[in-house]
Write a protein that binds this ligand. Sequence first.
Ligand code: NI
Length: 255
Amino acid sequence: MLIDSHAHLDDKRFNRDRDALIKKLKDDGVEYVINNGADLQTSLASIKLAEKYDNIYATIGVHPHDTKDMDETTIEAFRQLSSHEKVVAIGEIGLDFHYDNSPRDVQRKWFREQLKLAKELDLPVTIHSREASQEVFDMIKEEQDGSLRGVMHCYSDSVELAKEYLKIGFYISLAGPVTFKNSRVAKEVAKIVPIDKLLIETDSPYLTPEPNRGKRNEPSYVRYVAAEVAELRDMSYDDLVSATNKNAKEFYGIK
Ligand code: NI
């Protein structure tokens, strides 16, 4: 059984068949899905899904794209929601200087506030970093006082930076792009991350792995990520899956 450690099943692209898809997860070999919030509304939607289905857990947070619409009341709402038994992390949070959907200063402010909130609540963080590699790392490192636990979601930076994240105790999560022929760096990263710091995910409905590239992504396709990473590491599929499952359960505190 697989764990998809990062998905967005509340996305409108699942409106047509969300319930059917979730009910079929077990048959498709998926034990749990960690569903990530991206603003207050999707965080609430994520919790709703987690309440409805045993095999879904929720994260709450504001994606850098949407930080322009957040304020202190959002942080206070997350503080309240964090005591929900199926809320397992703050995320996804970070910086995105590719789209710049929110002003950079606003992104920076709320990224830091949410890192601080995660420490206050003793929850791990799921991090989105796009074209802001060094700044994301620097901010995390500044906030790392030994109590910050986090995962770099859909890691797409260099091997060198991956090593820096590992040094400060962070996990590295690989997604569909590791299956792409031209993803040379992600394939290198897949080989060097210590097995106890590795997670796998889909980021559904985005980033569909080969051989389904072009279709909507879904949690069961995490098996393609697992197969590719196992091959790159020269280990069996079963060993890779059991190790990453153990990591996901420990990281998110799932019994
Ligand atoms: Ni995501």
